[in-house]
Design a protein around this ligand. Structure first.
Ligand code: FAD
Length: 343
């Protein structure tokens, strides 16, 4: 049933960014009766929730898993367990610091996508109008409403309301017509993360499945095969620490692979044989350091808003909450719609 208040017209809404926040927001808006188009510059939706497959190997090279307060799944993914899109990961997780190793117990479930983290955004995209493969580089407003442009200057579309759901440093420019929102994005800081994916023909003998690591170039390692619904080769993801990633942000990928493979060997306490697969991926804006501090941002007068993990926290849970919050806010706002002429 449509949740648009009777007095409110059906708006044309453009969502920039098909990560978890943009998809959650789009889902709420579509369920609320609005016409929504989602744009993403990537080849497929998901953003930092991604899975790379090559031969027998499969790597969640961005987000590893997610937790939800009280384990109550929010509306945009409420049916994800029943539809076998996500499942709990019961991997053995440890923390390592100063040569000591301790088990990490989490009172909340660690959820993962099946058969990879990318299953979650794929599921959330179902039934939405998601257009991938081109970046939006201009968002401007005139008396007829919002106009969105691709990088080559061609028109991407027009909208009554724009939702910007991209990492803060990229959001600032897209929000320029609303200086208050743009400034909030600029004040938010995000740390990079180098991820290295290592696939081995012979499984490594390691007595745990994931480790938070301190005092090392490495911040986290995980054996992807230990997650539910995976098979295939022995695939490991190695995430560098924020400090190390920042220091070597512009280094060659080949050097990053070598350095982090050696550091990985030191973490697991064994020399690492030549991997059958070894690639690096740079997440320039990976983790939120200083969030904006509000669930979402919305300029009611102009009809432009922002949602993403950086609004409120820095995790998938934050992105879901932020997208949901902005969707609800738009549905219940009294934004004047200018009924733009459509080309
Ligand atoms: C290495 C790493 C490890 C992580 N580990 C965890 C974890 O274990 N648990 C957890 O909960 N969270 C983790 N996170 C954080 C989690 O991935 C994010 O909180 C969440 O995915 C953010 O979603 P989002 O929709 O806000 O942003 P994003 O996922 O960044 O989505 C933004 C989207 O916008 C698109 N975009 C950007 N600019 C434009 C443009 N101009 N035009 C069109 N499209 C554009 C991008 O292509 C992208 O798809 C991790 C992140 C990284 C990088």
């Amino acid at each position: 049933m449509s949740r648009v208040p009777k007095s409110a017209p059906r708006s044309q809404i453009a969502v920039i960014g098909a990560g978890i926040a943009g998809l959650a927001c789009a889902r709420i808006l579509v369920d609320g009766g609005h016409a929504v188009t989602v744009f993403d510059k990537g080849r497929r939706p998901g953003g930092r929730v991604a899975t790379r497959r090559d031969g027998p190997f499969s790597f969640d090279h961005g987000a590893q898993y997610f937790t939800i307060e009280n384990d109550v799944l929010p509306a945009p993914i409420a049916n994800a367990v029943d539809e076998v899109v996500i499942a709990p990961w019961d991997g053995r997780i440890v923390s390592m610091s100063g040569g000591r190793r301790e088990s990490v117990e989490d009172t909340r479930r660690r959820w993962v996508g099946i058969p990879g983290m990318s299953a979650l955004p794929q599921h959330m995209s179902a039934g939405l109008d998601v257009r991938c493969g081109r970046a939006i580089s201009g968002v401007t407003r005139n008396s007829a409403g919002w106009r969105l442009r691709f990088e080559d200057g061609s028109e991407a579309g027009r909208a009554d309301i724009v939702v910007v759901a991209v990492p803060a440093p990229q959001a600032a420019a897209l929000l320029a017509d609303s200086p208050n929102l743009s400034n909030r994005a600029t004040a938010t800081t995000m740390a990079p993360c180098w991820a290295v994916m290592l696939g081995f023909e012979q499984p490594l003998n390691v007595p745990y499945d994931g480790a938070f690591v301190a005092d090392s170039p490495v911040g986290w390692i995980a054996r992807d095969r230990s997650k539910p619904g995976r098979g295939g080769g022995d695939s490991w993801v190695v995430h560098a620490s924020p400090e190390w990633s920042r220091k070597y942000l512009e280094a060659e990928r080949r050097e990053i692979v070598e350095e982090l493979r050696d550091a990985f060997g030191q973490v697991i306490g064994q020399a690492v044989s030549k991997p059958a697969y070894a690639k690096a991926h740079r997440w320039r804006f990976a983790r939120v350091e200083v969030p904006a501090g509000d669930a979402c941002l919305f300029d009611t007068e102009l009809g432009i808003g922002a949602c993403s993990d950086w609004c409120v926290g820095g995790k998938i849970e934050s992105a879901l909450a932020s997208g949901q919050a902005l969707g609800e806010r738009i549905i219940h706002s009294r934004t004047p719609v200018l009924a733009p002429e459509r080309a």
